[in-house]
Design a binder for this molecule. Structure first.
Ligand code: PRP
Length: 175
């Protein structure tokens, strides 16, 4: 596989993350009950940067899901691997995702987390591939819309590689 070609630079990401944190700090400024729910594994870097730039109280939870199908094709069936550990009833939940692709994962997670009876559930994703959408799902806070390319870095991987790149780059899988 050739080296990733920069699609979104480190500086562009950091600027946008700062803007999102500012917007969230305003929008959730009246509550003490904001819970950021990071979706493993891909969200771990975005969640770390975003949460540290918020200027309001917040707690952190993680959730893990697995989608049936191969690494590059989704069947749309999502399975819960790890639920949130804390009690989120009555709290304002913000799901933090690295990427929205077909939308199946986010749609499943919204429904699943709503069953915990939170005060609200909203979504925040760093990138979204709008043209790949298979289900309608609301991304309340979005970093960037991108095309239908395989992207890595800033949490995103291809076959577990390149997650820790500071930028988002395009790879051309050779299999
Ligand atoms: C990615 C991403 C989302 C999901 C989005 O996770 O983190 O959770 O795919 O795809 P969808 O919109 O088509 O449902 P992935 O399965 O690659 O796992 P990872 O986060 O552990 O890398």
């Amino acid at each position: 596989m050739t080296l990733p070609v920069v699609l979104i630079s480190e500086e562009e990401i950091q600027t946008r993350v700062g803007e999102l944190a500012e917007q969230l700090s305003t929008d959730y400024g009246e509550t003490d009950d904001l819970v950021l729910v990071g979706v493993l594994k891909g969200s771990f870097i975005f969640l770390a940067d975003l949460s540290r730039r918020l200027t309001i109280p917040r707690t952190i939870e993680f959730i893990a899901v697995s989608s049936y199908g191969s690494n590059s094709t989704s069947t749309g069936a999502v399975r819960l691997v790890m639920d949130v550990r804390g009690n989120i009833e009555g709290k304002h939940v913000l799901i933090v995702e690295d990427i929205v692709d077909t939308g199946h994962t986010l749609k499943y997670l919204i429904g699943m987390l709503e069953s915990h009876r939170p005060a609200s559930v909203k979504t925040c994703a760093l990138v979204r591939k709008a043209e790949r959408a298979e289900v309608e799902v609301q991304t309340d806070y979005l970093g960037f819309d991108i095309g239908d390319e395989w992207v890595v870095g800033y949490g995103l991987d291809y076959a577990e590689k390149n997650r820790t790149l500071p930028y988002i780059g395009i790879v051309t899988p050779d299999d």
